[in-house]
Design a protein around this ligand. Structure first.
Ligand SMILES: Nc1ncnc2c1ncn2[C@@H]1O[C@H](COP(=O)(O)OP(=O)(O)OP(=O)(O)O)[C@@H](O)[C@H]1O
Ligand SMILES: [Mg+2]
Length: 352
């Protein structure tokens, strides 16, 4: 199977650093890794971000300075981790990947900071989940490239300033609102990743099909893109699943018919909604007259985790205009009713 070649510049650190818990090293996943773009050309869409980054990277290279700390935020699967890898590759530096839940104890963050070399990138995923102590260690590290360590007890305590090499912190989060403002203010660049257009997603689909060595028509790629909720990770997942259908049930080619047929069987509708999304909308309509209803109530009724509802289901339902967020909870929009083929309350009253 063809694997996208790494340009050789960057090594993604997959060594088991004792400071970093194994679950934080997501580059181990072979399928994800083989389809993850490694340079700006294969990183599709997000053109505003790419343009800014190209200039920032060029300037840093010319000035021989490390990059500013950067924060990327947006719903899951839009390419935050991927862009961090692309940046490292373009700069020809190593990237160390960890995530906030793996940095529970002060020695976790201190260990990883002390292991960095000049110009290297430290990537912290889910950075909104950093605890106060870790944040306070990060402030002087980000600002002055120093580590302030206290030794000894109470009266005899001394603060030791340890210089750190000039590194770049890249933070990623699905919840920028939960980041403390002192931490947010220390990032030189803050960028929100946007949902992808159907055209962009169809390019993602075609690229992944090529890596999987599966034939796909333009229409087949567009059909998959339409149901991918604006999200490359979902597009990739769907290509893989449709490819299985194409190989087993059809002639190994994904065309529009094969794509639509397979996705119907997988219960992914024309909006890309999955059974859980439709269950969520149905629940609000049937049990709560269309809302508003609190997210905790929704989560309990669906036996789902509040975080899954907020981070995975809702962003796309909100973006697609099927769901609305109000101060008193979530509400199904008239489009949401229409999508499920149910008359909205306003349409019903108009009848009388
Ligand atoms: N711009 C892009 N072009 C092509 N493929 C992309 C792009 N962005 C992301 N992908 C693909 O989507 C998958 C998910 O991307 P990534 O892991 O970077 O998302 P994320 O924003 O970090 O998500 P999470 O919030 O869950 O960590 C990757 O495997 C990658 O192959
Ligand atoms: Mg990620």
């Amino acid at each position: 199977m063809a694997i996208i070649s790494d340009n050789g510049d960057t090594k993604f650190t997959t060594k088991r650093n004792p400071m970093v818990k194994p679950e934080t090293i997501e580059y181990d996943n072979t399928f994800e890794n083989s389809i993850r773009p490694k340079d700006f050309d294969s990183y599709i869409g997000q053109s505003a971000l790419k343009e800014t980054l190209k200039i920032t990277l060029e300037a840093a290279k010319l000035r021989e300075k490390p990059l500013d700390h950067m924060l990327f935020y947006g719903p899951p699967g839009l390419g935050k981790t991927t862009i961090a890898g692309v940046i490292a590759a373009q700069m020809g530096v190593e990237i160390k990947i960890t995530s906030a839940p793996a940095l529970e104890r002060p020695r976790d963050i201190i260990g990883i900071l002390m292991s960095l070399k000049g110009g290297e990138i430290l990537f912290i995923d889910e950075i909104h989940r950093l605890n106060k102590v870790a944040e306070e260690i990060l402030y002087p590290a980000m600002e002055d490239f120093t580590l302030d360590m206290t030794t000894g007890k109470s009266q005899t305590a001394k603060t030791l300033r340890v210089p750190l090499p000039k590194f770049t912190l890249i933070g990623a989060t699905t919840k920028a609102g939960e980041l403390s403002s002192p931490l947010r203010d220390r990032f030189g660049m803050i960028h929100r990743l946007e949902f992808y257009t159907i055209e962009e997603l169809s390019q993602v689909v075609e690229r992944t099909a090529k890596i999987l060595e599966i034939n796909i028509t333009r229409e087949g790629a567009i059909a998959i893109a339409r149901r991918s909720r604006g999200t490359p990770r979902i597009a990739n997942r769907l290509v893989k699943r449709v490819a299985d259908f194409a190989i087993v049930k059809y002639e190994g080619i994904i065309d529009e018919f094969v794509a639509n047929e397979s996705l119907d069987i997988l219960k992914i509708d024309e909006f890309g909604l999955e059974p859980t999304d439709r269950a969520l909308l149905n629940l609000i309509i049937e049990k709560y007259d269309g809302g508003p209803v609190g997210v905790e109530t929704i989560a309990a009724a669906l036996s789902e985790d509040v975080r899954t509802i907020e981070d995975v289901c809702e962003p796309y339902l909100l973006q697609a205009g099927l769901l609305q967020r109000t101060p008193r909870g979530r509400k199904v929009s008239p489009e949401g009713y229409r999508h499920l083929g149910i008359k909205s309350p306003s349409e019903q009253t108009r009848l009388f």
